[in-house]
Design a protein around this ligand. Structure first.
Ligand SMILES: *[C@@H]1O[C@H](CO)[C@@H](O)[C@H](O)[C@H]1NC(C)=O
Length: 287
């Protein structure tokens, strides 16, 4: 019985940590894990477990940093998050933001010096994004997103793979992924236009409402076909990938309510996760 209050406390804090990262399991955690498993390639369950811990803790780093800043938008769009719902005070959240950087650095030290650089790169990206205000700049925002994704991909691929060195296939996959994210990640901003406007943030969908939808309509099918050529996927997978990509682009163009954009974003993430699986196919063909 003595342990019950303690367990309750643990449950409270674990729930708080999960709530910080909740919306980004689909956008970061699963896509990056899948990418690293396909690219590295995965060679043991222990590595997978280590990789998942590393990814989630670094996601928490980004998300606490993000949510210390963005609570006005969160109160509108995500009232259940730890800060707007009052699970943490602003000061506690601020302290947590830097404590987690320390914890991530210590975790990366355990894996080796190269991983410390990855954590530092990700921390610098969050500082540029949140503390330096690039989150309110339409291009700066996308550049930070690319820096973030690439750091996650490099870190996760190094941990999950059989060797700490990234080979030419991994490096190509990470570079391509960076370009694709740079040109498509604004699709996350369509559903948040109201909240972002209230905050005075400038995103691509606010800056160029019509053009950004038109661009999305074409760019997702475009990347789908480029990848089908580069990776030499067969007829049926190519057809499925093109259909998924075109559907995702078409949805953004055709249905423009915030609700519709949320679903489109989910479909975009399914597409993004699927294309990040393609390295698996490339590796199978080259061995
Ligand atoms: C969480 O972090 C990821 C990675 O930087 C970012 O893409 C995402 O927007 C963040 N989400 C929240 C809610 O802070």
């Amino acid at each position: 019985m003595l342990h019950v209050p303690f367990l309750r406390l643990v449950k409270f804090h674990v729930t708080t940590a999960l709530l910080f990262t909740w919306t980004d399991f689909k956008t970061i955690f699963f896509p990056i894990t899948v990418f690293a498993c396909a690219t590295a390639p995965l060679n043991s369950p222990v590595r997978l477990f280590q990789g998942c811990c590393w990814i989630w803790l670094h996601l928490l780093l980004c998300n606490v940093s993000n949510q210390v800043q963005g609570h006005a938008e969160d109160a509108i769009n995500h009232p259940w998050r730890p800060l707007p719902s009052g699970r943490l005070t602003k000061n506690e959240c601020f302290a947590l933001r830097w404590v987690i950087v320390g914890i991530c650095l210590m975790l990366s030290v355990l894996f080796g010096n190269d991983m410390v650089y990855v954590t530092l790169a990700l921390s610098v990206t969050t500082i540029l994004y949140d503390e330096c205000g690039l989150s309110g700049h339409p291009i700066g925002k996308n550049l930070c997103a690319v820096g973030g994704y690439i750091s996650f991909e490099v870190g996760a691929t190094k941990i999950i793979g059989p060797s700490r060195e990234l080979d030419i296939i991994s490096l190509s996959a990470i570079s391509l992924s960076g370009i694709i994210i740079l040109t498509t990640i604004h699709s996350q901003d369509f559903s948040d236009v109201e909240g972002d406007k209230a905050l005075g943030r400038m995103t691509l969908p606010i800056y160029a409402p019509e053009l950004s939808r038109l661009f999305t309509l074409f760019i997702i099918p475009f990347w789908s076909s480029v990848l089908c050529c580069i990776c030499r996927t067969g007829m049926v997978p190519s057809f499925l990938l093109l259909t998924l990509g075109s559907f995702s682009g078409f949805r953004y163009f055709q249905w423009r309510t915030s609700e519709a954009d949320k679903l489109s974003y989910l479909i975009y993430n399914i597409w993004l996760t699927t294309i990040h699986l393609l390295t698996f196919h490339v590796r199978r063909n080259t061995y």
